[in-house]
Ligand binder design. Structure first.
Ligand code: HEC
Ligand code: HEC
Length: 351
């Protein structure tokens, strides 16, 4: 678990985040071992075949990878504050947040494993076609979030204005929702100490909302506006504010106006389901819009990312073509498959 070595001296691929788990104390690993041996029932099931292409599927070079990229390191607290140290430890160690949120280098190694080492830490990367966006202090990171909102997000998978989706829905559903309130608050408090990522805007200029009134008046000034009114407005509303805890806001939502459009593009093409937790009545789903043409998907994605107070770089048709090709090959995972609920059942209770 700590060094990526299986019985028989077999080296594990770094998809298993052992460079993070390395920070865990031996008592915690002993506790997990005891749990697996006593409480987890053994089953007899062959592993799935590796889908890695030849050469990439050779295991022996992994031993060299480990020498280069999995150097032994110790946890070094940034401050002597107990809460922040706990948060830093959970994020760098067992939470392995960097394995999705930190960019990887040519060797598939995370470019940095801690904030002390580099401010590239947690500044955003792509995982399974989702943008695990920056969670540092700039405007497009977590600059606009409060600690209370982050606590809510990790515990329930939503806030009054946003919902975890894609790979992050799995993180909340299978992991953070079970953490204690103290640990969740420790992580949120630590995240809010991270400075803006290098070369990213700490704040964005204010922008006036000219979208809401036009939509309410039926004054559609672009193809994107027509598509939004027809396909999205029923849930996300004319003011882009959605419905608290049911339909996330699209306006002023950092997941929507993040620099990379990948996440917005993927959820539009493949839909999504909020994580399931006992804290909210239902996990609502977003339908997939596979039937829209590539040009229309680009229009509606650009529209939601640049309407109301949002400002974000635009995409073009080629980005949609690429994402569709990627999705055609992507294996379906539990949270990627949105149950087929009609809009009627979706909006029940939302009005
Ligand atoms: C399996 C990959 C993965 C892991 C591991 C992961 N995340 Fe995420 N995270 C994502 C993706 C993808 C998104 C974008 C989707 C969204 O906003 O829900 C995201 C979004 C977020 C957001 C919302 C940001 C915003 O502006 O909307 C926060 C906060 C966050 N992650 C924190 C964390 C923390 C803290 C950890 C470690 C405990 C973590 N994540 C681990 C993939 C991951
Ligand atoms: C039937 C209601 C419904 C419709 C129609 C709908 N959405 Fe959504 N949308 C949702 C729900 C529910 C979520 C949360 C899904 C999740 O967390 O996985 C969501 C999430 C999103 C998100 C991610 C924001 C976040 O914080 O979770 C984006 C971006 C988005 N929708 C864009 C669109 C666009 C663009 C359209 C129209 C083409 C659209 N939606 C149509 C219900 C809807």
């Amino acid at each position: 678990v700590k060094h990526g070595v299986a019985p028989g001296n077999k080296a594990l691929y770094p998809a298993m985040p052992y460079p993070s788990y390395q920070l865990m104390p031996d008592e915690d690993l002993a506790a997990m071992y005891a749990f697996f041996m006593s409480d987890v029932e053994a089953i007899n099931q062959p592993n799935l075949e590796s889908e890695l292409p030849p050469v990439a599927n050779w295991r022996w070079p992994l031993a060299y990878w480990q020498v280069l990229f999995d150097r032994k390191r110790d946890f070094v607290p940034e401050t002597d504050d107990a809460l922040l140290t706990r948060g830093q430890y959970l994020i760098e160690g067992p939470g392995h947040c960097g394995s999705c949120h930190t960019d990887r280098g040519i060797g598939f190694q995370e470019v940095t494993l801690s904030n002390t080492d580099s401010a590239e830490y947690l500044s955003g990367a792509v995982i399974d076609g989702w943008r695990a966006k920056s969670i540092r202090g700039e405007h497009r990171g977590l600059g606009t979030w409060t600690v209370t909102e982050l606590n809510d997000f990790f515990k329930t998978g939503r806030t009054d204005t946003t919902a975890a989706f894609g790979a992050m829905a799995e993180v909340v559903e299978h992991s953070t929702q079970y953490m204690t309130d103290y640990d969740i608050n420790a992580m949120s408090s630590y995240l809010k100490t991270l400075s803006p990522a290098p070369n990213k805007e700490a704040t964005l200029p204010e922008k006036e909302d000219l979208t809401t009134q036009k939509l309410l008046d039926g004054d559609y000034d672009s193809r994107g506006a027509i598509l939004y009114a027809e396909y999205c407005q029923v849930c996300h509303r004319a003011d882009g504010k959605g419905v608290a805890r049911i339909f996330p806001a699209l306006d002023a939502n950092s997941a929507v106006y993040s620099k990379s459009a990948d996440s917005v593009l993927q959820i539009t093409l493949s839909g999504g389901r909020m994580p399931e937790t006992p804290h909210d009545r239902m996990a609502f789903t977003m339908p997939e819009f596979t039937n829209l043409s590539d040009a229309d998907v680009a229009e509606v994605v650009n529209y939601v990312r640049n309407s109301w107070t949002n400002q974000a770089p635009k995409i073009d048709v080629n980005d949609v073509v690429k994402m569709r090709a990627f999705l055609a090959k992507k294996p379906k995972t539990s949270t990627d498959i949105a149950p087929d609920l009609s809009i009627d059942t979706q909006t029940k209770g939302a009005e």
